[in-house]
Design a protein around this ligand. Structure first.
Ligand SMILES: [Zn+2]
Length: 107
């Protein structure tokens, strides 16, 4: 289907990718910026109330069609609005904070 393989089921069944920047504050109070991809998988996300309708849309129509693309757009926007990237890894945050303190000569 695309160039994406699902990291969960490893199948080539990714229908859409939500790429968004995200930012959080690390333990030393500095903003950390990153980027994360939220993948929509036809297999893994079919039962999710948020993504299920999108999976169904592609199952029924095959791809986006001009006569009902508005319906798809609404589903995608709703997903984009509520989908959250995985929370930042606590351990990675701590390691980052320690590296920061080390650079400033506090360790
Ligand atoms: Zn999957």
């Amino acid at each position: 289907m695309g160039d994406w393989a699902c990291p969960r089921c490893r199948a080539d069944s990714v229908l859409a990718v939500l790429r968004r920047p995200h930012a959080w504050t690390n333990t030393s109070g500095n903003p950390v910026r990153g980027r994360s991809d939220v993948l929509l998988c036809a297999r893994c996300d079919a039962d999710d109330p948020l993504t299920g309708p999108i999976v169904t849309y592609f199952a029924v129509h095959g791809s986006a069609r001009p006569d009902n693309v508005g319906q798809l757009a609404r589903l995608l926007l709703r997903w984009a609005d509520r989908a959250r990237p995985p929370a930042p890894d606590e351990k990675a945050l701590r390691a980052e904070a320690e590296a920061e303190a080390w650079r400033r000569g506090e360790l």
